[in-house]
Design a protein around this ligand. Structure first.
Ligand code: AMP
Length: 224
């Protein structure tokens, strides 16, 4: 049975963009504002690595090298997560899909659950490299630190740390992987009327406004 029962218009959103584009921050804000879950596959994997589960053991090597974890594993994780009832009124996916195979499978998974709205966040590569060099995440709850929080996480008070894969050589590898494996998704989704591109090279609050506006214009075109 589909997790969407028709009691609320489903807001099914994908945040698409390279590492450092601000997907996590925007997904977090959008999910909070709309009362739907943010589903970050990176967070799920980091949590699994930290707690040492079988998934964590399987994913760790690829993550630390800046490569992608296998499609079958990722599709299984997302399919299982989207069955949970908290996704009844929608979800914001951050970091999935990352390959065309994942995108095709996601179309199958969400079939009958309302339209999939795709927001691409565009940021020049030199800005991405600079951002990732200074990015901090919370060691406790995993959220990206807001720029005005430098000592402790604004959400839970946890200590802020640098991600292992945010070192310069791994960042360069992740950007290459993005261009090779994930950017083709722009061609996959852009012919759809539910696709919007957003300039992510602006302060987070302005990007948040652009995200809200994009969803507004898209919802006029697409039946939600
Ligand atoms: P992120 O936090 O989204 O940058 O993800 C961190 C790392 O987790 C990536 O560099 C990949 O190794 C892995 N990962 C996250 N999401 C996916 C996905 N959809 N497919 C494959 N690997 C993923």
């Amino acid at each position: 049975m589909s997790a969407h029962d028709g009691a609320c218009p489903a807001l099914n959103v994908i945040m698409l963009g390279p590492p450092g584009a601000g997907k996590g921050t925007q997904a977090e804000r959008l999910a909070r504002a709309r009362g739907i879950p943010k589903i970050s596959t990176g967070d799920i994997l980091r949590d699994a690595v930290q707690t040492g589960t079988k998934l964590g053991v399987l994913a760790r090597k690829a993550m630390e090298a800046g490569n992608l974890v296998g499609d079958d594993l990722m599709i299984g994780i997302v399919e299982e997560r989207l069955v949970r009832t908290d996704t009844r009124c929608g979800f914001v996916l951050d970091g999935f899909p990352r390959t065309v195979v994942q995108a095709i499978e996601l179309d199958r998974i969400v079939d009958g659950r309302g339209p999939l709205l795709v927001l691409q966040i565009v940021v020049p590569e030199d800005v991405l490299v600079r951002r990732l060099a200074t990015r901090r995440i919370c060691s406790k709850c995993g959220v990206n630190a807001e720029p005005d929080h430098t000592d402790a996480c604004g959400k839970c008070g946890g200590a802020l740390v640098t991600r292992v894969d945010d070192s310069l050589d791994i960042v360069r590898e992740r950007l290459k992987v993005y261009l090779r494996q994930t950017e083709p998704l722009v061609d996959y989704y852009s012919p759809r009327s539910s696709f919007r591109s957003i300039d992510g090279n602006q302060v987070p609050d302005i990007v948040t406004g652009a995200v809200a506006e994009a969803l507004e214009t898209v919802s006029r075109k697409v039946v939600l």
